[in-house]
Design a binder for this molecule. Structure first.
Ligand SMILES: C[S@@+](CC[C@H](N)C(=O)[O-])C[C@H]1O[C@@H](n2cnc3c(N)ncnc32)[C@H](O)[C@@H]1O
Length: 227
């Protein structure tokens, strides 16, 4: 079993605490590593740009980058929440054992600052809990604001408002051979979401790569890949 990142002691009122959804990503990437999935799919000379949207404590990006699960990868972890990026840097520095592991961080909304078709591997554990609305992003200085946690959790109608934005721009975000790993819960109606996505993206293939029942919650991660 690969080592789990050492997350320092962040203020979990300000940063999403790793939970079953985060650990499902760790299990998935360890499984893909054991199957040598990325070694087989990444041409040996190719440099892969790997972006995790919404890094939180950085547990997923740190796990993948420090264990070198994707060959020749340039890792970027983004979040709308500055506290998350500071925690991600700490998690990465606390965990890495060699100097040749890298993880850049960027504060941004989803994939806004990235050039078209630049991302080879996109990872997103989104705010997916259905809610009436999504809070506005608080000011960076406002570290007493409860909205940071709501922004990590709630996804508006069907819990899909944030994820839909990423799905709608996936064709222009991913590189020619790019792929995305996105998590859904049962309340997101993911089978319907995938069917609708495929109707408007006939150049994509979508597969459920891992699923788990966690108490009353059912989580699934899908791979979106061009065919
Ligand atoms: C469910 S948490 C996942 C955190 C971490 N990846 C994990 O699995 O433990 C969702 C994360 O997305 C971030 N987020 C929410 N809306 C965002 C947006 N529009 N752009 C970038 N990040 C966003 C939140 O701040 C939060 O850190």
């Amino acid at each position: 079993m690969l080592p789990t990142p050492i997350v320092p002691n962040p203020d979990y009122n300000l940063v999403y605490e790793p939970a079953e959804d985060s650990f499902l990503f760790l299990d998935l990437f360890e499984q893909l590593h054991n199957e040598e999935y990325f070694t087989k799919t990444t041409p040996s000379k190719k440099f892969s740009t790997v972006l995790e949207i919404g890094t939180g404590t950085g547990i997923i990006s740190t796990f993948i980058s420090t264990n070198k699960l994707i060959p020749n990868a340039y890792h970027i972890a983004s979040d709308i929440n500055l506290n998350a990026l500071q925690t991600t840097k700490n998690t990465f520095e606390n965990t890495r054992t060699t100097k040749d592991a890298y993880l850049d961080t960027i504060r941004c909304n989803l994939t806004d600052p990235f050039r078209l078709n630049e991302i080879d591997v996109l990872i997103f554990n989104p705010p997916y809990v259905p809610s009436e609305s999504i809070p506005l992003v608080p000011s960076i200085q406002d570290d007493t604001n409860d909205d940071w946690l709501d922004l990590a959790l709630v996804g508006g109608t069907d819990g899909m408002m944030i994820t839909n934005k990423v799905l709608d721009s996936l064709d222009s975000t991913l590189s020619v051979n790019g792929e995305a790993y996105i998590l859904f819960c049962a309340r997101n109606n993911h089978s319907k979401v995938v069917t609708e996505f495929l109707k408007s993206h006939i150049n994509f293939k979508v597969e459920n790569v891992i699923a788990r029942k966690c108490g009353w919650e059912e989580l699934a991660i899908y791979r979106f890949i061009r065919q």
